[in-house]
Design a protein. Structure first.
Length: 251
């Protein structure tokens, strides 16, 4: 597989590689673009625009988050959902989380059972909040469950991407199922031929603990919470839920 590595800008070649709407994973060649490290808010907006264009054509891409690299496609796009499962060799019975840009987006896609202040204490950050899904969410996403996990990663590029695309991303870790999660893009190099674009945000996380991914918390039962996955923010999350909001744990 031949990869084109762009340093700071997205080259014209990236835009020219945008093909027809219904891509076949086996025919893709991933292109790699590197995010610029800068405090300027809009420095990577040209990359955001390129990724949005690919997503709206049903392609699947790899993006950085605040924990590990993820594979993303449009949650409202059935073709993209199937592609994510194929890229990861993922069991179709395992649900996908969705990713949005802001807390105000969550009530559109889920029935929220906790105060907004609680969400603000956890998000953006390495936590996945689980609620009953709303009727707005694609019925073909996570067939067989009425729940949906929602992420707002504390990563400026990912949040700007979600805002720009204007709908939720289906998001899962960038690794073949049952292998360890990836903190750098070379750790999922075997997946590159199945992806249309890889956004390189450098090495993620301050420690190996980031590989644990987000802490997943089910809030679907009012007044209670259930930890589905401990993840990388377990202690802080439980402390907030029990000591500040007096929620009761469910086993």
């Amino acid at each position: 597989m031949t990869a084109i590595i762009a340093s700071v800008v997205v080259s014209n070649a990236v835009h020219n590689q945008i093909g027809q709407r219904r891509p076949m994973a086996s025919k893709m060649n991933a292109r790699i673009v590197k995010l610029a490290k800068s405090s300027l808010v809009h420095v990577n907006d040209h990359i955001v625009k390129a990724v949005v264009q690919l997503l709206t054509q049903s392609y699947v891409v790899a993006i950085p988050t605040d924990t590990v690299y993820g594979v993303a496609g449009l949650a409202q796009d059935n073709w993209a959902i199937r592609s994510i499962y194929n890229v990861k060799s993922r069991n179709p019975a395992k649900p996908l989380a969705i990713c949005v840009g802001d807390i105000t987006d969550i009530p559109r896609w889920a029935i929220v059972t906790v105060p907004k202040t609680l969400l603000e204490d956890l998000l953006p950050g390495p936590v996945t909040v689980v609620f009953e899904r709303s009727q707005n969410l694609n019925h073909n996403l996570n067939v067989g469950t009425n729940l949906v996990g929602i992420r707002i990663p504390d990563h400026p590029f990912t949040r700007r991407l979600c805002r720009a695309v204007g709908q939720p991303l289906a998001l899962t870790s960038a690794n073949i199922s049952d292998t360890r999660s990836s903190l750098a893009i070379d750790e999922f190099e075997e997946m590159w031929p199945r992806l249309r674009l890889v956004v390189d945000g450098g090495r993620l996380g301050e420690s190996e603990e980031s590989r644990n991914g987000s802490t997943v918390v089910d809030f679907s039962v009012v007044g209670h919470y259930r930890i589905i996955r401990s993840g990388s923010a377990y202690e802080n999350t439980v402390d907030i839920l029990t000591n500040k909001y007096n929620l009761k744990p469910l086993s």
